[in-house]
Design a protein around this ligand. Sequence first.
Ligand code: SAM
Length: 287
Amino acid sequence: MYEDGLPPLRDVISQYELNARKSLGQNFLTDLNLTGKIARCAEGLGGSSLKDSIIYEVGPGPGALTRALLMEGAHRVVAVEMDPRCIEALTQVQAAYSGRLNVIEGDALKVNEQELIGDTEGRPVKIIANLPYNVGTALLVKWLTLKNWLPWYSSLTLMFQKEVGMRIIAEPRTKAYGRLSVLGQYRADARIMFDVPARAFTPAPKVTSCIVALTPKAEQGDTPKQAILERVVYAAFNQRRKMLRSSLKALGGNPKPFLEAADIKETWRAEELTVADFCRLARAYEK
Ligand code: SAM
């Protein structure tokens, strides 16, 4: 038994026969000390405490992170899980934390999170999750491209493959710099909190993971439309080895006039542009 009176995660996994499914990106954590450390990364992030916040978790699995969030005092946890076996395994956590854990069966890519969370009583919402690797990037993009900005959540604390984490925080003129870096840094302040070795998971994946903390950034003055920025960034990185005068032709027509208007050299390549350069370019293209 652990501090929360619930059985060790390894026992939960064997009791509910949770043999990991690759198709669901299942690599489970079993150490509550580690998940406690992940939960505490979200403390104070985006200006809100865990105790005051409602936590939205994707893929609670057998519940290692969910239990840590509840032990750390999260006001309420709303979790979306696709695997019915895990939902059954979580019933004992729900019983131990009466009224503080809602588990919903669904696909996190498709759900409307705000509807699931329901009345927040004015509390901030934090997204905290050990994301399934196969949909982790798509979920981050979903949360960073919301129409209404600032978004409905105050912070994101997410586990990714290290390689994805490095792409999110990458600087221009590096190999890792790409669409995810521009989108991530345009919308949020992002940093890597710590690495999580493969051996921490059951089964162990092939790669190291990391925890990334993101807080949404307010839009500044003359920002381009999100959809336009995305189009420009996509076109530029889709042919990242080509010069912009050539890669941006994919937007239709001759890109030279708006490259010039944005004061960006037509011989540059996508990876040489900062996030601010991309914003200027998108605004010039918009016009
Ligand atoms: N949070 C648990 C932990 O840390 O041990 C499990 C993490 S595991 C990497 C990812 C979890 O997400 C699995 O439980 C899996 O069933 C679930 N999952 C996979 N795809 C999903 C989706 N599209 N929507 C909701 N849950 C999903």
